[in-house]
Design a protein around this ligand. Structure first.
Ligand SMILES: Nc1ncnc2c1ncn2[C@@H]1O[C@H](COP(=O)(O)OP(=O)(O)O)[C@@H](O)[C@H]1O
Ligand SMILES: [Mg+2]
Length: 262
């Protein structure tokens, strides 16, 4: 499998005024093209910091991030990010359609193709009927689906998601999880999905990277050897799912107690 994303020797220390805070001690990992990898770690571990470094929005203190062999120094063209605070990432004065279309205009996609991509993406997230609504007229879960539609309409080669479902209700969350799996399979996109929810990480991922607490390092890279066909009922009640879940849970408990890798 060709490498899509390569993170090597990544370190990040924030310095504000006279104080400095070490968020990332050292991270080394790579993600193959078309892989779906989840990252879990305690709150404040440095997950968002990592995603911001990978997406070129934040300068690392040391180390490199490469996308398809090229160093990331600014937000790369082939990358889309769904942020934790999706509400704030949508423009309230634009309609749903306009919000989803905006990055395509910036990418200079011709009008007819833009319409096609926006229609497809809105249909994929079940929002075809809300195209002319404004974000503030929609529920939190619907707003999050707009953010996802915007990311997929862009046809990224890599999709980064930062706790995208933290603010939606459990039922919507399950639907959105299945949507991510379905889109991933259909589009062959490389996905890096950050969550603090252990079940969600195991349900979604082919691998789960468990992070230590701050300053973060990888505690373990857990292979999720569940069948590729997953559904909320069967997968979550499988004995292997329970084992993997327990394993990741233990790792998170260790992480919270400050345990570092041997
Ligand atoms: N802009 C910033 N300036 C200083 N410290 C920050 C900044 N952003 C995050 N931090 C700190 O870095 C650590 C990691 O934060 P973050 O990456 O948001 O963790 P997570 O997403 O895992 O909860 C936290 O201690 C947080 O307070
Ligand atoms: Mg975060």
């Amino acid at each position: 499998m060709a490498t899509a994303l390569d993170v090597r020797g990544l370190k990040k220390t924030y310095t504000t005024g006279g104080t400095s805070l070490e968020a990332i001690e050292q991270l080394d990992f790579s993600i193959g093209q078309g892989e779906l990898v989840c990252i879990v770690g305690p709150s404040g571990a440095g997950k968002t910091t990592l995603l911001r470094c990978i997406s070129g929005l934040l300068d690392a203190t040391d180390g490199v991030v490469e996308l398809d062999g090229a160093a990331v120094t600014e937000p790369p063209a082939g990358m889309a990010v769904v942020f934790q605070e999706y509400g704030r990432s949508l423009f309230p004065w634009l309609t749903v359609r306009q919000n989803v279309e905006l990055p395509l205009k910036e990418k200079k996609v011709p009008r007819a193709r833009r319409t096609e991509l926006v229609d497809e993406a809105l249909a994929a997230v079940g929002l075809a009927d809300s195209a002319s609504s404004h974000p503030w007229q929609l529920s939190g879960g619907m707003q999050q689906r707009v953010a996802i539609a915007r990311a997929i309409a862009y046809e990224p080669s890599v999709l980064l998601m930062d706790e995208p479902f933290a603010a939606v209700d459990a039922q919507t969350r399950a639907d959105l999880e299945d949507l991510v799996r379905e889109l991933w399979k259909r589009l062959g996109v490389t996905v890096l999905f950050v969550t603090h929810d252990i079940d969600e990480a195991v349900y979604l991922g082919q691998r789960v990277l468990v992070l230590s607490n701050r300053p973060t390092v990888i505690l373990e890279d857990v292979a999720i050897d569940l069948p590729d066909e997953r559904d909320q009922l069967t997968t979550r009640s499988a004995p292997r799912f329970a084992e993997l879940r327990a394993h990741v849970y233990e790792l998170i408990q260790k992480a919270k107690k400050g345990e570092r890798p041997a």
